[in-house]
Design a protein around this ligand. Structure first.
Ligand SMILES: [Zn+2]
Length: 483
């Protein structure tokens, strides 16, 4: 990594869409991809006089997310109006939480560059999403904007971190850990490409040793983990160059231009007072009893850090492996199922992180869509372990399993790939090889140990590589010493 004269300081604001059946303040369906303006009603399309009613499931999920993020759950919180004008916001205000959010003072531990680091979480609050503007063709060329209000009123949890991250890699790790934690908690499907996980990054730089934070910029439009890393690296570099040239950093909102791989200025940064926040008069304050919090804590599923501890304690797997194995609940379930059928956890982990991930990445596929059943991967590894097939053959067989979903035993049989491990068959072949190479046998018996290697090679050649090499070695030794 490049060493700078400056320290980079990063904080993330992450929005996750809560996967409730209905929206936060009305009974409209909360589903992605419906025809425009079909999941709408007078409440979420902002008709005058309509009153919001809080969806209890949203509060349940917010509490669950807060507990998973090690937050305190506020016994008293309230909703506020955040006022601004935009065509996708028919009420001209968003119902959010300002000074009394539901979750406070949490943290997430991340594993980066060989050590564990704790990232603080300032707060998490509930709010409604706005609608969406749709343009036909380029936004600068089109004559009009279309408004789709299906997303208006979709429940969001905004999670604000402390400025505790010091590199793009740390920011990425934090976002990955946050995503897996929300997935395991079961509160969001966290799909960046569908917008159910969105991230803004606050970036500043300061000379090493300086206690005061530098002026920060906020980067929006980060649609992937890669975009997050690239944008932070670019923006930090831009700020350092500006400071080196004696310029001042302007506090502003910038956008990530994916095509040009640069951040660009969008607008000067708005302050909280610009939004004229005031308490939402149509919703009562939200009182949460300790019993309510306890009942949700009791039903909490296993979280990534707990699963990671379990894998380290029970199987002795290293931190690097367990971080990958717990990336999503489905990935962990796949691993757990494989280990039930083939009890060599490290071998299973290596195969999943190696071959399986290689093919998943190549086809841009989630593990839930993978045709290879966990039991089939276990059966393949068992065949390698028992010497029925070699590790090299296993890779070829796996490629076919991934493409067809067929079980490995069938592929091995159909292609005649099984290793020859039958002793009588091998001894017969070895004796022929010995008979055909009397000079080599003589060398070996005269003390040339290396001569045995040539003989093993001849047997492997005669069996087209299908002999079990370990067994051939042992049998050749046995045959020669009997001469
Ligand atoms: Zn509605």
């Amino acid at each position: 990594m490049e060493k700078y004269d400056y320290e980079i300081v990063i904080g993330l604001e992450v929005h996750v869409e809560l996967k409730t059946k209905t929206k936060i303040f009305c009974a409209c369906s909360n589903s992605f991809g419906a025809e425009p303006n079909t999941n709408v009603c007078p409440v979420c399309s902002g008709f005058p006089g309509m009153l919001p009613v809080l969806n209890q499931q949203v509060v349940d999920y917010a509490i669950r997310a807060g507990l998973a993020l090690n937050c305190e759950i506020s016994p008293y919180s309230k909703f506020d109006r955040k006022n601004y004008f935009y065509p996708d916001l028919p009420k001209a205000y968003q119902i959010s939480q300002f000074d009394l959010p539901i979750c406070l003072n949490g943290y997430l531990d991340i594993y980066v560059e060989g050590r564990t680091k704790r990232i603080g979480i300032v707060r998490a609050h509930m709010e409604e999403d706005a609608g969406k503007l749709v343009h036909q063709g380029s936004i600068t060329q089109t004559a009009f904007s279309l408004v789709d209000l299906n997303r208006s009123g979709v429940p969001l949890l905004e999670i604000v971190s402390q400025p505790d991250m010091r590199s793009a890699a740390e920011a990425r790790e934090y976002l990955e850990k946050l995503r897996s934690t929300m997935l395991f908690a079961g509160v969001s499907d966290c799909k960046m490409q569908e917008g159910s996980l969105r991230c803004d990054a606050n970036v500043s730089v300061r000379p090493w040793g300086e206690a005061k934070l530098g002026t920060r910029t906020e980067i929006k439009n980060l649609n992937s983990f890669r975009a997050l890393e690239k944008a932070i690296e670019y923006e930090a570099r831009r700020q350092m160059d500006a400071l080196d040239d004696g310029e001042l950093i302007v506090q502003e909102t910038r956008t990530w231009d994916e095509e040009k791989q640069v951040t660009r200025s969008m607008r000067s940064k708005e302050e909280a007072h610009d939004y004229r926040y005031f308490p939402e008069p149509d919703l009562p304050p939200l009182m949460i009893s300790p019993e309510w919090v306890e009942s949700i804590a009791r039903e909490m599923p296993e979280l990534p850090h707990q699963a990671q501890q379990r894998l380290m304690d029970e199987y002795g797997l290293p931190p690097y492996d367990v971080a990958i194995l717990t990336s999503t609940p489905e990935y962990l379930a796949y691993f757990d199922q494989c280990v039930v059928d083939f009890s060599q956890p490290k071998a299973v982990a290596n195969w999943m992180m190696g071959e399986l991930n290689k093919y998943l990445n190549q086809s841009n596929m989630e593990i839930s869509a993978c045709l290879v059943q966990p039991g089939h991967l276990a059966a393949l590894l068992k065949m390698v372990d028992e010497g029925t097939i070699s590790g090299k053959m296993a890779k070829d067989i796996f490629a076919e399993m991934f493409a067809s979903g067929n079980e490995p035993q069938g592929i091995v049989k159909e292609k005649g790939l099984a290793q020859i491990s039958d002793q009588d068959t091998l001894i017969a072949m070895i004796e022929e090889v010995l008979k055909a190479n009397p000079k080599v046998v003589e060398d070996y018996l005269g003390g040339k140990q290396k001569a045995a290697g040539f003989l093993v090679g001849q047997v492997m050649k005669a069996t087209k590589g299908q002999a079990n090499p370990t067994l051939v070695n042992q049998l050749i030794d046995k045959c020669l010493s009997a001469q």
